[in-house]
Design a binder for this molecule. Sequence first.
Ligand SMILES: Nc1nc2c(c(=O)[nH]1)N(C=O)[C@@H](CNc1ccc(C(=O)N[C@@H](CCC(=O)O)C(=O)O)cc1)CN2
Ligand SMILES: Nc1ncnc2c1ncn2[C@@H]1O[C@H](COP(=O)(O)OP(=O)(O)OP(=O)(O)O)[C@@H](O)[C@H]1O
Length: 192
Amino acid sequence: MDKALLRKDFLMKRIRLTQEEASIKTDLIIKNLLQSLELLAFETVHIFLPQLGKNEIDTWKIIPQLRISFPDVSIAVPYVIPGTREMEHCLLDSQTILIPNQWKIPEPDPQSSKIIYPENIDVVLVPLLAFDLKGYRVGYGGGYYDRFLAQCRPDTIRIGLSYFGPVDEIGDIDPYDVPLHYCITPGQTYQF
Ligand SMILES: Nc1nc2c(c(=O)[nH]1)N(C=O)[C@@H](CNc1ccc(C(=O)N[C@@H](CCC(=O)O)C(=O)O)cc1)CN2
Ligand SMILES: Nc1ncnc2c1ncn2[C@@H]1O[C@H](COP(=O)(O)OP(=O)(O)OP(=O)(O)O)[C@@H](O)[C@H]1O
């Protein structure tokens, strides 16, 4: 199936989840994610912060667990440079000032935050709407993550988080699409 159709289908599936279903799935995703991360060595992990009102996976529930399980690890979060399809990345700590952007996604204030460069990020937790059996993904369609992942090191581990299992194949993959290494769902962890 094509990205445009998958985007529409999976946005619909996600918005139809009740708060309770979303919360149960998120807890299962966190459990599977922590198990997978235990097997990896990393110093800096990048995480998205959830868009309000769109039923995105509530990554605010993941962050405290990451801090407990990996106390020495730095957490980085993205900032979309206005008017561009590029992102900058900042350290998330108790000092970080967060401001909601035009899509109601909390973002770090890039002026007052410590900038983290893509080449220093070891693991990226990637938002998505749908993914396929080869590890390709569909997001909102801005290409923000494809651009960002291309700036990371080739050995940076890309982990998708998804409420739903994979589709067989995304039809219209293009040369800019950067596949995932893992995708974590409530039911299982896929490795590609
Ligand atoms: N939490 C989170 N942060 C993220 C992303 C993401 O998917 N999730 N992004 C991943 O790339 C980038 C932001 N990209 C976005 C692109 C479009 C819309 C958006 O809401 N677009 C439409 C509505 C889409 C719909 O619901 O139909 C709009 O402008 O109203 C939001 C974020 C960077 N930060
Ligand atoms: N590194 C890049 N340089 C230039 N264009 C790019 C790059 N990465 C992606 N694009 C373009 O951006 C557009 C959106 O890509 P795509 O539909 O794959 O977005 P997406 O993966 O759903 O979105 P996101 O990455 O924001 O979650 C496409 O036209 C794609 O060719």
